[in-house]
Write a protein of this length. Structure first.
Length: 348
């Protein structure tokens, strides 16, 4: 079969959630935006719910549909982008909880869905989403009277434990929420690992669940095996791939493998990635093209049917480092052509 296989270990995701839950001195939620970081909203969210998560977070109201369908009516589903124009029906029908980002959103929510649950998102210094202190002060009384289910903010540099912003943001968040009865949330994966001062009432890790940094103790979640389509011998001086960016310096055996940048194997990995034949590393040579890449397998006694890009020898962060990016981008780029296999799935 010419299709690459992506294996997603749901038991590893469950174990990662449990580890983070043990570190959280409060309730532990789960961020499941972007199709659970590309790994499959339905399967992953159901597994997390079975493992004990009760609060789920998506980026957009539309993303709540797949999560609600997977989870049924019990769990809370919060929406980071808040209440956008024309979202009222989606929010009501799916029972979503928008995290209100501005006075304008607050007015929209209270007018279009009076009595419907909402949360508040505050900006404690990242300058991306949420109300800044002055805007919050202006609407705080109205908002608190309506009874927010959660008040949250987000850390900009939680993956750098010594960054001054971390304590500054925690202090700012504490000051902005003083006297509020609603539960509070500040920490994603990075903040959760910074310790109890950042936990408040609810943590909402994402990347750590899916096996990525900064959660160093995470179990690896994904395995990606790419089929070898063809092998060939090239002579010294022959060029390989688009624009001939790699030239054989010796007689070389090449394997052409069925995945490329259309499958999320970033073009920046050209001449920079390694695939694995069991324990033997095989360097990518030449450009990654849309559907294919080429690998030096000269040193293998036998070329296997598939070569591994992600797995025991190389995790998402290792690959990200070679591509000049972060594990988040590797995961969310994983293509839709892969045959996906879920281990440890939960029935409907
Ligand atoms: C994506 C996101 C999270 C989860 O972050 P991780 O670093 O993946 O744990 C939490 N909160 C907000 C506001 C986010 O945008």
């Amino acid at each position: 079969m010419g299709t690459a296989r992506l294996t997603i270990d749901l038991n590893a995701i469950a174990a990662n959630w449990q580890r983070l839950d043990r570190l959280s001195r409060c309730e532990t939620g789960a961020t499941v935006k972007a199709d659970c970081y590309g790994l499959g909203a339905a399967q992953v969210a159901r597994k997390l719910a079975q493992t004990g998560a009760r609060a789920f977070f998506v980026a957009l109201a539309e993303e709540g549909a797949a999560i609600r369908q997977a989870l049924g009516n019990g769990p809370d589903i919060y929406v980071y982008s808040g209440h956008m124009p024309n979202d009222a029906q989606t929010i009501r029908n799916l029972g979503l909880i928008p995290l209100i980002n501005s006075a304008e959103q607050l007015a929209r929510h209270l007018e279009s869905l009076p009595g419907h649950p909402f949360g508040i998102q505050l900006d404690s210094g990242m300058n991306r989403l949420g109300m800044e202190p002055r805007e919050w002060a202006a609407v705080r009384e109205i908002a608190l009277q309506a009874g927010p289910r959660l008040i949250m903010s987000h850390l900009a540099s939680a993956d750098e434990p010594d960054h001054l912003m971390n304590t500054q943001q925690a202090d700012e968040f504490r000051a902005m929420t003083e006297g509020c009865a609603a539960p509070r949330s500040l920490a994603a994966t990075g903040g959760l690992l910074l310790g109890q001062a950042f936990h408040f009432d609810l943590t909402r890790p994402g990347i750590g669940l899916y096996g990525g940094a900064p959660f160093q103790d995470a179990y690896p979640v994904v395995q990606l095996a790419l089929p070898v389509i063809q092998t060939r011998e090239v002579e010294p001086g022959e060029a390989v791939g688009y624009n001939g960016t790699w030239i054989a310096g010796r007689p070389t055996r090449l394997a052409t493998v069925a995945a490329g940048y259309a499958d999320g194997i970033l073009r920046s990995l050209s001449n920079r990635a390694t695939l694995w034949a069991g324990d033997a590393p095989c360097p990518v040579v030449g450009r990654v093209s849309m559907d294919l890449l080429t690998v030096d397998v000269t040193h293998l006694a036998e070329v296997p049917e598939t070569l591994e890009l992600l797995g025991a020898h190389q995790g998402v962060d290792d690959l990200a480092r070679n591509a000049g990016t972060i594990g988040y981008e590797i995961l969310t780029s994983l293509g839709h052509r892969y045959r996906r296999r879920y281990e440890g799935g939960v029935g409907q």
